[in-house]
Design a protein around this ligand. Structure first.
Ligand code: PLP
Length: 401
């Protein structure tokens, strides 16, 4: 899918790049150029009558920042436009978005099917948190469509997946999984963090709900946490609106403002970071000490054919395995100078992490192996530096492995 196809898939009246800069802007009476930061918990009313009407929903306007805030509303509107979603709700973090989307759809006695290759915290919510409330879950190999079909029970209400997955960059056929979900009356939630809103439109592929950690590429400069849930108006109203208002995982207006500024440069950053990642992946693939290289933009990616169909571009992330397990991976990480060791991703600064001892540390070696997280695996998040400097950094570090 090219970027113009991404524009079409999201049925944008204006192009993606234009909405990134202008979408959802609410100007105050001062007609400011840059989005205003409404750092306020609440709002005052002209009269008790107006206040009553506001609470009844008969008078449009803001009430309290746990419910909504003008700066947060701009962020939500802009995200909804980009994603081609009718509605969006911002949350304090990506995990708040994932948790609220999942918990909003289930009650005790229900069942969730999820892909096993998940970000550690997402897997915790599915595998350990939901069962405490009587919601069972089954984890499947997300690339195996039969496994999704076989896992379905009469009480299955939700399918959940990440694609590409963290950190293995495994890709799932979203359209095919959406069809299976639809056939059994379950809702499909896609965590689209790794793809970014630029490269993949899960709603156009049949998903019911998309979540992001805005902490990653949407901020893009490692400053603040944020999350967002995107879906139809009906989905949001029925499943998450009240849950979010009453339980309070609200986004701070300050963070929404930073994220709005981040979005202005999102396509520039993602396009450049993706291009550099592709250059680095091709270079790494030719290195003797790299025993495995996974990049969604390469023909040797196990799901290359699905990627060509469902993504407009590959990724700003690379997964690689160095020979020699954990000790070699640590030597490699410790020798890097421009790539810094950090578990964040999607940043302007290139970052590297050892998933087995960080994001996926909680799991037993067997579970990690089933998720594709070996002891030699390193995840690279490619930033905005010059590719030649990054290659020189990788080359020097590999020499010490
Ligand atoms: C980081 C991440 C999250 C969680 O986001 P936070 O903003 O850190 O809460 C969820 N899913 C994926 C795939 C992530 O990479």
């Amino acid at each position: 899918m090219s970027n113009s196809a991404a524009n079409k898939a999201a049925s944008l009246a204006r192009h993606f790049e234009t909405e990134l800069v202008h979408g959802g802007t609410l100007r105050s009476q001062f007609a400011e150029t840059s989005e205003a930061l409404f750092l306020t918990q609440g709002h005052v009313y002209d009269s008790a009558e107006q206040c009553e009407k506001r609470f009844l929903g008969e008078d449009a306007g803001f009430i309290y920042a746990r419910f909504s805030n003008p700066t947060v509303a701009m962020f939500e509107k802009r995200m909804a436009l980009l994603e081609g979603a009718e509605a969006a709700r911002a949350t304090a973090t990506g995990m708040a978005a994932v948790t609220a989307a999942l918990m909003g759809l289930v009650k005790a006695g229900d069942h969730v099917v999820a892909a096993q290759a998940l970000f550690g915290s997402c897997r915790y919510v599915v595998e350990e948190h939901l069962p405490r409330y009587g919601v069972e879950s089954t984890l499947v190999n997300g690339t195996d469509l039969d496994a999704w079909r076989k896992a379905v029970r009469p009480n299955t209400k939700v399918f959940f997946l990440e694609s590409p997955a963290n950190p293995t960059l495994e890709v799932i056929d979203i359209e095919a999984v959406a069809k299976i979900a639809k056939s059994c009356g379950a809702k499909l939630i896609v965590d689209n963090v790794f793809a970014t809103p630029l490269w993949q439109k899960p709603l156009a592929l049949g998903a019911d709900c998309v979540t992001y950690s805005a902490t990653k590429h949407i901020d893009g400069q490692g400053r603040c946490l944020g999350g967002v849930i995107l879906a139809s108006e009906e989905f949001i109203t029925t499943h998450v609106h009240t849950l979010l208002r009453q339980t309070g995982p609200a986004m701070s207006p300050f963070n929404a403002w930073v994220l709005l500024k981040g979005m202005e440069t999102l396509s520039l950053r993602i396009e450049r970071q993706t291009r550099t990642a592709a250059t680095l992946a091709d270079w790494l693939a030719g290195q003797k000490k790299v025993t495995k290289l996974i990049f969604p933009g390469r023909k040797d990616h196990p799901q290359a054919e699905i990627i060509a169909r469902q993504m407009g571009g590959p990724s700003t992330l690379i997964a690689l395995e160095v020979a020699g397990g954990k000790a070699a991976a640590f030597r490699f990480l410790n020798a890097l100078k421009i790539f810094r060791i950090s578990n964040n991703l999607g940043d302007a600064k290139s970052l590297a992490v050892h998933p087995a001892t960080t994001t996926h540390q909680r799991f037993t070696p067997e579970v990690r192996a089933s998720m594709g997280v070996g002891d030699g695996l390193v995840r690279l998040s490619v930033g905005l530096e010059h590719p030649d400097d990054l290659i020189a950094d990788l080359e020097a570090a590999l020499a010490l492995v």
